[in-house]
Write a protein that binds this ligand. Structure first.
Ligand code: NDP
Length: 287
């Protein structure tokens, strides 16, 4: 049976370190870091993510407010919102909650953010720095995954990592982080056009599932003794729950846990790390 990686506890350790960093800034006479969150529309899932981020920010001493705009906001107006936050010297970090409505080109909004305030690390300048291995912000979910692996005592150097999913927010930046000198993984990135996926996943020492398909990864896709990191967050109908659904990952947890050496649960695995690493970027921005 695999060791179940406790993302909540590891994220709490990181948040403690962030709190210390914030306290030191304040002792040195600087105001607390300030994170501005921009939320468009009234999607309950987005609202709940934003609430979670704000609560976590306040707990480590980072000030944070959410500016909420209706679905009908134009792209130009939203870009202006971002420009005003760029110009506001009190704002250290800017986070635009995704997804945005269909009439808004998300890339235009992200490119409007001052790269020095881009705590999600989505701006092309920051993505470029990541690729080149230059110092700067780290993308929250991928950096959270690397921290989870390292802090669980799993060796990465020289190991074969297979990532299922090539999105700009998880798969691609995770591959960039893992192949940096000093991290030294050998990485394969798979996607929906990958042929013979199970043949590839079965060769992984570390398997990362980030495809957004409920319980897609089954035990027969996993090598015995592999470490399995489940990034997926999927809602499946469940009449026994008051809210009518439950959250599951991209991995069939029970059967894969029997075969893996380490596994992350959903919830309580990668999710809490994402918020912690975003807060770390906000502290870095303030520093
Ligand atoms: P996207 O939908 O942007 O990307 C999914 C990727 O998976 C794509 O590259 C897609 O391939 C690939 N894919 C889809 N189906 C298959 C398949 N059958 N076989 C192989 N590859 C496949 O998702 P995200 O990266 O944004 O998110 C992935 C999951 O992670 C979601 O469940 C999301 O909720 C969760 N997530 C969790 C976070 C956390 O903090 N825990 C943070 C971010 C995301 P192709 O490119 O060919 O379409």
């Amino acid at each position: 049976m695999a060791v179940i990686i406790n993302g909540k506890a590891i994220a709490a350790d990181i948040r403690n370190d962030i709190k210390q960093g914030v306290d030191e800034l304040i002792k040195a006479g600087r105001r607390p870091p300030y994170l501005a969150v921009v939320l468009v529309g009234d999607d309950p899932a987005s609202a709940s993510y934003v609430q979670g981020k704000q609560k976590a920010a306040h707990e480590v001493g980072i000030q944070s407010d959410t500016r909420t705009y209706p679905d009908s906001i134009t792209q130009a107006d939203l870009v202006n919102v971002v420009h005003r936050l760029n110009d506001d010297s009190e704002v250290d970090g800017i986070l635009v909650q995704l997804p945005l409505p269909d009439h808004i080109e998300y890339q235009r909004v992200i490119e409007a953010i001052n790269p020095d305030k881009d705590v999600d690390c989505f701006h092309p300048e920051n993505v470029g720095k990541l690729m080149l291995g230059l110092p700067g912000f780290k993308p929250a979910t991928p950096a959270g995954i690397v921290e989870l692996i390292k802090r669980s005592g799993i060796d990465i150097a020289g190991k074969r990592v297979v990532i299922i999913g090539r999105s700009n927010i998880v798969g691609k930046p995770l591959a960039s982080l893992l192949i940096q000198k000093g991290v030294d993984a050998t990485v394969t990135v798979c996607h929906s056009r990958t042929q013979n996926l199970p043949d590839i996943t079965r060769r992984a020492d570390i398997l990362v599932a980030a495809l957004g398909r409920a319980e897609f990864v089954t035990a027969d896709m996993v090598k015995k003794g592999a470490a399995v990191i489940d990034v997926g967050i999927n809602r499946v109908d469940d009449a026994t729950k008051e809210r009518g659904y439950r959250l599951v990952g991209d991995v069939k947890f029970d059967e894969v846990a029997e075969k893996a050496s380490f596994i992350t649960p959903v919830p309580g695995g990668v999710g809490p790390m994402t918020i912690a690493l975003m807060l770390q970027n906000t502290l870095v921005a303030a520093q």
